[in-house]
Design a protein. Structure first.
Length: 863
């Protein structure tokens, strides 16, 4: 085509770009794009030689670059889009020349970088950023003179509402940070805040890209805002997206390895990477560990010539004798990095352990574990400052936080000598510790080496055994205290025998004050068993050894401060636990137990306490058994003497005193409990069949008891009447066995039992029939029936009158009672039936009784 025709064609195209018809402008731009593409393809394929293609492209540029730049302001989005496409193809195909971009960048800056965004199309903005990226790749550092314009465009681009524009802007920043490294180092701080604003974007891919961009940017700038960057990245460690957290770990690792001034910023960067080691995603944990190891190795390599560090390196001990199991020790470089800024790191962790957000506290607790493992023995200098924060964290409601802080404390115990951490912890422990104080102490003790803890054993045990420290009824506190005892026993084992009394006191008091909490009771018993093993004995023998001092102190307390005793007092709880947990051991010290019962069941004592003590006494008596001593004659005799002495004293000074009648519901309940004690004592005496029976009789206590029981057959409480019935039968059984049965008392009791057949309580009536039956079975062998027949006759007559009772169960029991009474005098029953048969409705029962009596009478005659 002739040159003039070509020029006319180009001029015509330029005129079309100025047309008011947008479709004409669009067609013109499409033609330009086609021409540029054709020329560029010729250059790439090399079809035309001697620079013809380059010349043609340059002519096209010369003709169209101004109209194309003006087209960036075109009202039509499609035209602007085509203009950008043409410009990009031109600029990437032409040789680099400042004059080629002198008009393009200012226009882009005006449209994309001004305070009021002129470019309304998201797609056009995206293509504009694409053009900038292409220019950066093509021109490199030649864009230095336009760097301010680039910054304005990219700063607005990363804040764009369109996610793809944000992403493209971040990619552009990363690319330009390499090609314009010097300019970025001086001026790129203005991009940091805009990029950081994207860290909370709803799309996780944008957050990932922003993290990667900020990492690249920080490594290529002055680091004036690294403090802000580190804080923002730390927040992304809580991101729900694993990809974002992985990006933070990667960026923080790269900064630790590549940042020019990284030594000054370790205290900000190390927590970012170490936190990743505790991530829930295995891949993130592995990558964080890998980067941390690389950072340590790089530090070693960089400081090999440092005399101080070289000395450490030469005498580096790879394996420590006492080190946490299943933990790989960090290399010397890692430890040195953390140790240099340990004070700052621990201070920051201490603040975050008290944060209001649960996840922040958890991350801080996990980070503390890793910091301790890297700081190692240098924790000695810093233990006092971090302990208060650990105490508070161990009081947290989140068990994950508590678990990790306890683990950190345990690691600390591996490296800090017990004397050092005890010197730091003792003041607050002695003032009034919380569960957190004790949990931290327990963990420190767990991590301590036995040979170092043994000299401090007495000091710790004495602290734990102090009454103001071990007397608490809060389960969390109690469990923490018991954990301290358990830690001591696990570490020191047999060495704890010397401090056994203090440890026993701490555990036993918590067992007593558990208040029914199953966890506390189980933990206390577990620790007590461990203590017994440490002393080379079983738990019962441990109780026998230690209980005397406990009961002795309680006995003195009941004498000197009886007003301190109540159902909620530690004195009562301890006494109750002594008798309930160790009945065998407590039975060895009745001389201490009985005075306590006597003083706490007096009339002036608390009514609730009296009631509980009588119930406790009943249980104490029921558990007293001599079976274990049957093989050892000496022990059997000693036990017999102890029981005889205790039973007589308890009956005279505790039980009979409590049987005296007093008005009121509280005294009524106390009498019922007291009667229960009496029955328990008489049952135990009856079962043992030893000297205690005769001793009670010789002291007149059996007769006095019988008198009191007969009085209480009319008590208002049905339970008291039931106990009284049972007690009378037991008394007469004992009297028969020792040959001290008072027949007159038996007759009186029989008459009163017959009256109980009319009791308003069905249970009492049933018990009365059984008691009446048993009472007439304990008659002495020389009982003169002909002389005392009137008493039996009265019992039979009164019993027969109830034969028509509608209650079937009572009627059945009554028939059994009459059959037993009939054996004593069958003729009497036959005569009574004949005399009064017409008065009864239940003729069938009369027939059965009469027939049974006649058979018995016939059998007796045949014999």
């Amino acid at each position: 085509m002739p040159q003039m025709a070509v020029n006319d064609e180009l001029e015509k195209t330029c005129e079309s770009l100025q047309s008011e018809d947008k479709f004409r402008r669009k067609r013109a731009l499409e033609e330009i794009c086609a021409m540029v593409v054709a020329a560029a393809n010729d250059i790439e394929t090399g079809e035309k030689r001697d620079g013809a293609s380059e010349f043609q492209l340059a002519r096209l540029w010369e003709a169209f670059h101004r109209p194309l730049v003006r087209s960036l302001h075109d009202p039509s989005e499609a035209c602007r889009d085509l203009a950008l496409e043409a410009l990009k193809k031109f600029l990437t195909s032409l040789d680099c020349s400042d004059k080629n971009i002198v008009y393009v960048l200012p226009i882009l800056t005006k449209r994309l970088g001004s305070q009021e965004l002129l470019e309304t199309s998201e797609e056009v903005r995206l293509k504009s950023i694409g053009l900038l990226r292409a220019l950066g790749q093509k021109y490199g550092d030649r864009l230095s003179s336009h760097f301010d314009d680039l910054l304005r465009i990219l700063a607005r681009g990363v804040c764009d509402k369109y996610p793809e524009v944000k992403r493209a802007s971040c990619e552009a920043i990363q690319e330009l940070s390499h090609s314009l490294a010097a300019d970025f180092y001086q001026k790129s701080d203005v991009l940091i805040r805009p990029i950081l604003s994207n860290l909370t974007h709803r799309h996780h891919k944008i957050r990932v890209m922003s993290v990667e961009t900020i990492g690249r940017l920080v490594c290529n700038c002055k680091n004036n805002q690294l403090d802000l960057v580190a804080n923002q990245l730390a927040e992304r460690l809580f991101d729900q997206s694993g990809a974002v957290r992985a990006a933070v770990v990667e960026v923080s690792g790269k900064m630790l390895l590549e940042l020019k001034d990284r030594y000054s910023w370790w205290f900000k960067l190390v927590p970012l990477l170490l936190t990743g080691i505790n991530d829930v995603v295995a891949e993130i944990r592995e990558r964080a560990s890998e980067l941390w190891l690389q950072a340590g190795k790089q530090y070693i390599k960089e400081n090999e010539e440092d005399s101080r560090f070289k000395e450490k390196l030469d005498y580096y001990d790879e394996d420590l004798k006492h080190y946490p199991k299943h933990i790989t020790r960090p290399n010397l470089g890692c430890r040195e990095i953390v140790q240099r800024d340990a004070t700052k790191l621990l201070a920051a962790i201490g603040r975050e352990l008290n944060d209001w957000m649960a996840d922040v506290k958890l991350r801080a607790a996990q980070l503390l574990c890793l910091v301790v493992l890297n700081v190692e023995v240098d924790m000695v200098e810093r233990i006092a400052k971090i302990l208060p924060a650990m105490y508070r964290a161990c009081n947290d409601e989140d068990p994950r936080v508590v678990e990790n802080v306890e683990l950190a404390a345990e690691y600390t115990g591996y490296f800090v000598p017990p004397q050092s951490y005890l010197d730091a912890a003792m003041p607050s422990l002695e003032e009034g510790p919380s569960p957190g104080h004790l949990k931290v102490l327990a963990a420190l003790l767990r991590g301590s080496p036995r040979e170092e803890l043994q000299p401090q054993l007495e000091r710790v045990a004495r602290l734990l055994g102090q009454s103001h420290l071990c007397r608490s009824r809060k389960p969390r506190y109690q469990l923490a205290l018991l954990d301290c005892c358990r830690s001591l026993l696990r570490v020191c084992r047999e060495d704890c025998a010397a401090s056994g009394p203090d440890l026993f006191a701490a555990c036993f008091v918590n067992l007593a004050s558990a208040g029914g909490d199953v966890r506390v009771e189980a933990r206390a018993r577990e620790v007590l068993r461990s203590l017994a093993e440490a002393e080379g004995r079983d738990l019962p023998s441990l109780y026998e050894e230690r209980l005397e001092s406990v009961l002795g102190s309680l006995e003195r307390s009941s004498e000197q401060q009886p007003e301190d005793w109540s159902i909620g007092s530690y004195e009562f709880l301890l006494f109750q636990t002594c008798l309930g947990e160790a009945p065998g051991a407590s039975h060895r010290y009745p001389q201490l137990v009985r005075p306590i019962f006597e003083r706490t069941t007096r009339e002036e004592s608390d009514q609730q306490l009296r009631l509980r003590q009588y119930i406790l006494l009943s249980s104490y008596l029921q558990q007293w058994s001599s079976e274990a001593n049957e093989e050892d004659e000496e022990k059997r005799k000693k036990d017999e003497e102890l029981f005889a002495s205790f039973s007589s004293g308890a009956l005279e000074n505790v039980i009979l005193v409590g049987l005296e009648w007093r008005a009121g519901r509280a005294p009524e309940a106390t009498r019922s409990a007291c009667l229960g004690c009496l029955c328990a004592l008489l049952e135990r005496v009856s079962e043992r069949r030893d000297s205690s029976e005769k001793r009670l009789s010789e002291l007149g206590l059996l007769d006095e008891s019988s008198t009191q029981l007969r009085k209480l057959l009319d008590d208002d409480s049905a339970k008291s009447r039931l106990y009284a019935l049972r007690g009378l039968v037991l008394l007469f059984e004992i009297g028969q066995r020792i040959g001290k049965l008072d027949v007159e008392q038996l007759h009186d009791a029989s008459a009163e039992l017959v009256d109980r057949l009319e009791d308003k309580s069905d249970e009492v009536r049933l018990a009365a029939t059984e008691a009446l039956r048993q009472l007439w079975q304990v008659l002495p062998s020389d009982y003169p029936m002909d002389f005392y027949y009137v008493h039996l006759q009265y019992a039979m007559t009164k019993s027969l009158t109830h034969l028509d009772d509608p209650a079937e169960r009572f009627q059945s029991r009554l028939m059994e009672c009459l059959r037993d009474l009939m054996r004593l005098h069958p003729e009497m029953l036959i005569d009574k039936i004949k005399e009064s048969r017409k008065n009864f409705i239940n003729q069938k029962a009369l027939d059965e009784l009469e027939e049974s009596a006649k058979k018995l009478l016939l059998n007796n005659k045949q014999k």
